[in-house]
Design a protein around this ligand. Sequence first.
Ligand code: URA
Length: 244
Amino acid sequence: MNSAYIYETIGFGKVYIDKKLSKSIKNNVENVENKSQETLENHTSTTSELLQKLKAFYETCKDCKKCQLSEQRTQVVFGDGNPDSKVLFVGEAPGADEDVEGKPFVGKAGKLLTQELERVGLLRQRDYYITNVVKCRPPGNRTPEEQEMITCSYILKEEVKLIKPQLVIALGKTAAVGLSGVKQISPTKVRGGFISANLKSPILVPGTKIFVTYHPSYLLRNPNELKNFREDIMKIKTLIESLR
Ligand code: URA
């Protein structure tokens, strides 16, 4: 698929892509697709054990009714990707597409994020695991309430316990607040850098570092920030490479 077409369909208006850049993106995506297949075939037994453990845990929460979000959701949306990669992206909550498909970040915002990560060679099924602070879609895509985040935290806490991420990335303010326990966060100020979980974090050990970047939905509304987001993605790529 043509990259300009993807950006245009997600609302960036008319997009002109430099031919050389377009070719390099195409090569990267093809490379990534081939590698994806190889990587899936080469999944180690530890990865599948970890997946089994996650699946077994998810089974125990798929009928969760601990909060009011259960009343209007279609299904609980758990994480997706490679749990053995030690890289964990965390978003806010499922939207309408995720609620129907049962996977995180598959709608417009998710497609933008996936495409931006693939652009630098980072693949969901190989290089990271992705999930949300809250696992059920809030009605009308409203921001989850503090109490809903706290009630739901037992799921993300268990995901973190099993995955043992070495790099945690918060996508946007709600994820940054939910993960860190810090109430006042301005993503425009802290993006591209780390914040630390405090004693109130219901999910992470206090002091755990969290890299913060924009939520992709924010980029759909503010396409001028794509340049800064790409800088963050490059930092994330460098951090991931330093883990290997
Ligand atoms: N926004 C999120 O925060 N999470 C999703 O899964 C989709 C959109």
